[in-house]
Each structure stands twice: as C-alpha cells, then as structure tokens.
Ligand binder design. Structure first.
Ligand code: FES
Length: 177
C-alpha cells in the first residue's frame, strides 16, 4: 500500500493573496492616503497662510507708498448757493472723494471729507446738533472741527482747507481718506 503524499501546496499565491493590479499603480493604503491628505492639507494651509501674510504686507506697503492725491486749488461753488445752516456736497481732492461743505452761520464755512472714519459711510450735516452724523452706526462728529464725539469712529473727519475768492468757495487742500 502506497503512502499518499499530502497534497502539494502551490507556492503561487491564490487570487485572494495577490494584490490587485491597481495596487501596483496606486501603492497607498487607506491609512497612507489619509496621511498624505493630512500632509497636503497642512502644506496647503501653511502655503495659504504665508501667501495671505505676504499679500497683506504687500498691500499695506503699497498703500503707504501710494502717492497722495494731488491737492490742487479747486473752485467748488458760489458762496451764495450754499444756504446758511445748510450744506453743499462736492468731490475733493478727486472725483472718488465725497466731501461736504457746511455753512453754520452767514460768515462761516467749513469743509470735510464726507467719509466717516469708521467704515467710510458718508456723513450728513445736522445743523441743530452742530454735528456731522454717520447713519451707518450712529457716528457723530463735531461740526466745528470734525472731532469724533460719539459712536464707533476713532478719528476725526479729514478737514478741507477752504477759501472764498470773489464770492466763490475754493478747496485748497486736505480731505480725502
Ligand atoms: S461707518 Fe460711520 S459709524 Fe460706522
């Protein structure tokens, strides 16, 4: 009686043991994929933060280096057209800069940038209060000197130098941001 040898074990791995073909092309495990994703995420986060920081510094530098708008003497309006206790809106020093001229009394005129120093809404003149008021967040400025007196603004309005020449109000400088 012959002895039966045990069935030979094939050295060749079965289909279950063989890694699928796509594993050769994409040799990442699920855990490895997470790691790569985290690593990439951190890298993008770092690059994004550095990029934002560099951009902010660059923007701040450009703002500082930008030439201030040229303040040239500019005729604004005939004084007679500005009502006593009223105001007149104009643009100075550029067309992008809203400005306000106020006439608290017959002989007094004052000019300011109309941009609130909080978030740049435009202010209006309230004669009875002797204030320039920003409607956005209730910022108040003293009409006599532009001083911030109430609400969120931390700085006064930018004053505009005015002069009256032959009955015409001229802006001579100031204003803007
Ligand atoms: S923008 Fe004027 S108070 Fe805020």
């Amino acid at each position: 009686m012959s002895e039966q040898s045990p069935p030979s074990r094939s050295r060749r791995p079965t289909t279950e043991q063989q890694p699928p073909k796509w594993r050769e092309d994409f040799p990442f495990t699920a855990g490895g994929e997470d790691e790569v994703t985290r690593r990439e995420f951190v890298r993008y986060l770092t690059l994004g933060s550095v990029g934002a920081a560099v951009g902010s510094v660059g923007l701040a530098g450009m703002t500082q280096l930008r030439e201030p708008a040229e303040r040239v003497a500019t005729p604004i309006v005939e004084l007679a057209e500005v009502p006593v206790a009223g105001s007149y809106l104009f643009r100075y020093p550029t067309e992008d800069d809203p400005a306000i001229l106020i006439r608290p009394t017959e002989d007094e005129i004052l000019g300011y940038s109309q941009r609130c120093t909080h978030l740049a809404c435009v202010v209006y003149y309230e004669h009875d209060e002797q204030e320039l008021i920003c409607p956005c967040h209730s910022g108040h400025f003293d009409a006599t000197d532009g001083r911030n007196v109430a609400g969120p603004p931390q700085r006064p309005l930018n004053a505009i130098d005015l002069d009256v020449r032959d009955g015409v109000v001229w802006a001579l400088g100031g204003g803007g941001h």
